[in-house]
Ligand binder design. Structure first.
Ligand code: 9MR
Ligand code: 9MR
Length: 854
């Protein structure tokens, strides 16, 4: 033993929350480790055959080889350590590493399933440092294993250990999150002229004074709080503060109440366009089957994953699970679903759908902003197609490959998923995964996801790539027919080895959603009948915890309400969205943290943050339909929760807000496990509080947690802190909506009115007359009227105006003779167009010189 090193334990990342004084609690309990001080040799410690243990210096050192993949590829361990059930142990050791490394310190079952009683990820540096943990043994065992798993490094390094000690009698550890100041704000900021709300955690029952301070510390506004009683979602006594009346832009504001100063925030008009882009850029770094270019994402470059280069088995020729099918498919490409390397059609479908919907919204939403080519720094940037559609196509191409080929059993259906045959450990870059990849049986749910996403793609991509659009439409029709023929082939809830199950027993919602998309794209009566005949068409589909991959009726309803069509009863469908949004508005108003999320029994779902984001999507749609400010304000308030106005006082989006989630569960953004790897990219949403805490780390620290507290920003907490494509998709959608809100002021009243009259339509032509009336009080001097078609419609010949078209969007401008439109006056022009195939509904939105008309 060397001289014990005195260390500032709290400075060691990850240790802050452990009980550091525990060992002192009871009198000298017995030591369970044999020869933890290495005074004379190192027996009975053992090492894997790829290392040589050296205890000649009074500690245990080893040179750890580079070039291994898994943590367990190099181990130093001791066996036969006895544990007593219910006993709380203090586990301490000293370690140094050159260069810095994260290792795994485990106390576990010595045989399969290697149940871990203690699992820690100490970051070790060149300075010998003490580490201390406590855990309570769940079982009695004569032969637990103490193991340091230290494999997985590309390059060699050196480890030294000393004073390894395990003693019973410790105080059970109580996990206390560090929640910072009790005044909770949106740490990113508030729209200058939008709603501004905060929450104060306090014992006070009477109203408290508050002060808003600018960056210089001067008080710029003040008022008093509103006591809200005990909040069920956090079990805290809270007050709310509304400081909306202050509307001057600036940075570095703080809110002071009850002697506490909030984290800093901005008031600005352009808070969310950066997030919109970052949340979308996330998808490029999730791509499978292609090298991620460091030039496009500095710090995130990596080799192509699963292209068939060893040790990958590759996704270019993937067989089914044994006995499931007799063919192999090329299912390369697409996005990795989450922190694992699986690709799941049900989840992939909803994710890509929401990206394309974010783009398509520009055809009817007055506040939508453009999604240009070149927006997202993609390899495809500059190809003339909006980047958001390039990114979505990467996934659509994969989804199409998952369809069972003609001539095979269940032809036209989609395989439910493709993933590794066994679970892999962390960290593991995609190109290093050596497990067999397998196709899993087709399912009705996956088939309908493919049908919905492909049907939507068929109309949206039609102006850019007719052949791709046609391929999507054919696949969607085939998939829908196959699902009708096989309406109840369900994914097995037991098929969860190596990947998520994504099982779903109710597929009527998938049928409704897919039929809705096929109807909107084709206008055909068979799909219309399926839509209007579904009980879900008139049901209340607005669940309080939000829609998601398992409950998709809301997506169908939202598109029927917003995508232009001739659907009978469309007004009632639109009204139903507003009714749903009113329910969320009521939930938000009743919630002291301003969240439109009220799960039954306060049981937060796995991925609760995405349920919240999806409720914000519904509120946004209600704003798009009605133009009522209160819906847009509710979206902004809901975002406050995601960015820090919550019980944990943290932003759930990486890189946004002073205290933000950045250790999401991922095999390749595994910085917490290997300092050479990055954290997730800026703009990554964490799943968020999950009352069911399925992972062992959360169970160890959070058992008994209340609602909002069921969350850990730890990489091992896969049930509360993963990242996924279907969570970032609604984040990007909501960020785009908020970016379009400008500084939060009300949209100006329309100063123009457009009448679009289609006089006739024949096989390959249609004839339209447009009248633009200036309903404002000032003359329009030169004008461009803009609208978008549903699909591939185009202008053949225009009179009394000139036109250009980009994608589905037409810009019609005045000629010299009709340049001026005096107040109260109108101009009329017309065109003959090509109706393309499918329905040709009247466009839903016209803007005159950028401002929406009525
Ligand atoms: O890493 C996996 C994560 O992506 C999943 O969401 C989660 C639940 O299916 O499972 C994680 O994998 C763990 C597995 O379920 C159990 N063994 C440990 C795995 C890694 O933490
Ligand atoms: O997001 C999924 C969540 O809704 C489910 O409750 C959970 C358990 O089935 O699975 C989640 O999905 C995970 C999947 O099983 C494996 N890859 C990571 C996903 C996100 O955690």
């Amino acid at each position: 033993m060397r001289r014990p090193v005195l260390i500032a334990l709290a400075a060691v990342a990850g240790l802050v929350s452990t009980s550091l004084t525990a060992a002192a609690a009871s009198a000298d309990p017995p030591e369970q480790i044999v020869n933890g001080t290495f005074t004379s040799g190192h027996a009975p410690w053992w090492g894997t055959s790829n290392i040589t243990l050296d205890s000649s210096g009074g500690q245990l050192c080893a040179d750890i080889p580079g070039g291994t993949v898994n943590p367990w590829d190099v181990i130093i361990g001791q066996d036969n350590v006895p544990l007593v059930a219910g006993e709380t142990y203090s586990y301490t050791f000293t370690a140094s590493a050159t260069p810095d490394k994260v290792g795994k310190a485990l106390i576990q079952l010595p045989v399969d399933p290697w149940t871990q009683f203690l699992a820690a990820n100490p970051l070790m540096t060149g300075t010998a440092t003490g580490y201390s943990y406590t855990f309570t043994a769940p079982v009695s065992l004569p032969n637990a294993q103490v193991a340091f798993q230290i494999g997985g490094s590309a390059s060699p390094w050196r480890l030294c250990l000393d004073d390894v000690s395990l003693k019973g009698g410790a105080e059970p550890e109580v996990y206390e999150p560090d929640t910072g100041p009790r005044v909770r704000v949106n740490q990113v900021g508030y729209l200058t002229r939008g709603p501004k709300n905060a929450t104060v955690v306090t014992e006070a029952t009477a109203a408290l004074p508050w002060q808003l301070k600018n960056a210089g510390g001067s008080v710029v506004a003040s008022g008093s709080s509103t006591p809200r009683g005990v909040d069920a979602s956090s079990a805290q006594n809270v007050h709310s503060i509304d400081f909306s009346a202050y509307a001057v832009a600036g940075t570095g504001f703080t809110l002071v109440a009850d002697g506490e100063t909030s984290r800093p925030f901005d008031l600005a008009g352009n808070l969310y366009s950066g997030l919109r882009d970052d949340a979308l850029k996330f998808f490029y770094t999730q791509r499978s089957g292609v090298e991620i270019l460091d030039s496009l994402r500095p710090g995130y470059g990596r080799p192509a994953g699963h292209v068939g280069v060893a040790p990958n088995k590759g996704d270019t020729s993937v067989p089914c699970q044994p006995g499931v099918c007799d063919y192999s498919l090329d299912v390369s490409g697409g996005w990795y679903d989450a922190g694992d390397h699986g690709k799941y059609v049900v989840n992939g479908g909803i994710s890509v759908f929401q990206l394309v919907n974010e783009f398509e919204r520009g055809k009817w939403a007055a506040t939508a902003q453009a999604f240009p080519d070149g927006q997202l720094n993609l390899p495809e940037s500059g190809n003339g197609v909006p980047d958001i559609l390039d990114e979505a196509r990467w996934q659509l191409e994969f989804l199409l490959k998952m369809q069972v080929p003609a001539g095979k059993p269940l032809a036209g259906m989609a395989h439910h998923k493709i993933h590794d045959s066994e679970w892999t450990g962390l960290p593991l870059l995609p190109h290093l995964d050596d497990k067999q990849r397998e196709l899993h049986p087709p399912s009705t749910a996956a088939t309908l996801n493919l049908a919905a996403a492909a049907a939507q793609a068929a109309r949206v991509y039609a102006p850019y790539d007719p052949a791709f659009a046609a391929r999507n439409l054919a696949a969607a029709r085939t998939a829908y027919a196959a699902a009708v023929a096989h309406p109840a082939i369900l994914a097995s809830p037991a098929d969860g080895t190596g990947g998520g199950t994504y099982d779903d027993v109710e597929v009527s919602d998938e049928f409704y959603w897919a039929a809705s998309e096929l109807y909107l794209t084709t206008g055909e009566s068979q799909y219309q009948a399926a839509v209007t005949g579904s009980p879900l068409h008139t049901a209340d589909v607005w669940s309080s915890n939000g829609f998601g991959w398992q409950s998709l009726a809301a997506l169908g309803r939202l598109d029927l309400a917003t995508v232009p069509s001739a659907l009978p009863g469309r007004a009632a469908v639109r009204a139903s969205v507003v009714t749903g949004a009113e329910e969320y508005l009521a939930a938000l108003a009743a919630h002291p943290y301003g969240v439109p999320y009220q799960p039954a029994n306060n049981a937060y779902d796995w991925g609760s943050n995405s349920g919240i984001a999806n409720n914000l999507v519904v509120l946004s749609a209600a704003y798009d339909i009605t133009g009522r400010d209160r819906f847009a304000d509710a979206v902004a308030q809901g975002a406050d929760y995601l960015f820090g106005r919550n019980a944990l006082n943290m932003s759930y989006v990486t890189g946004y807000g002073e205290a933000n989630a950045h250790n999401q569960h991922s095999r390749w953004y595994a910085h917490q496990l290997n300092p050479e790897l990055p954290n997730p990219p800026k703009g990554t949403l964490a799943g968020g509080p999950n009352s069911s805490i399925q992972d062992p780390l959360a169970q160890q620290k959070l058992t008994g947690c209340v609602g909002q507290f069921c969350y850990l920003d730890e990489i091992d907490s896969w049930s509360t802190n993963e990242l996924t494509i279907n969570w970032n998709a609604p984040l990007a959608w909501v960020a785009a909506f908020l970016a379009g809100q400008g500084d939060g002021a009300s949209a100006p009243a329309p100063a123009c009115k457009v009448t679009y009259t289609k006089h006739s339509q024949w096989n390959d032509g249609f004839n339209t007359q447009i009248t633009v009336k200036n309903t404002g009080s000032t003359a329009v001097n030169g004008w461009t009227l803009r609208w978008s078609f549903l699909g591939a419609q185009s202008i053949d010949d225009i009179w009394s105006a000139s036109a250009t078209q980009s994608g589905a969007t037409v810009s019609a401008s005045n000629l010299p003779f009709n340049k001026v439109i005096a107040p109260g006056k109108s101009v009329t022009f017309g065109f003959v167009g090509d109706p393309a195939s499918g329905p040709n509904p009247n466009p839903a939105l016209f803007t005159l010189n950028g401002a929406a008309c009525s």
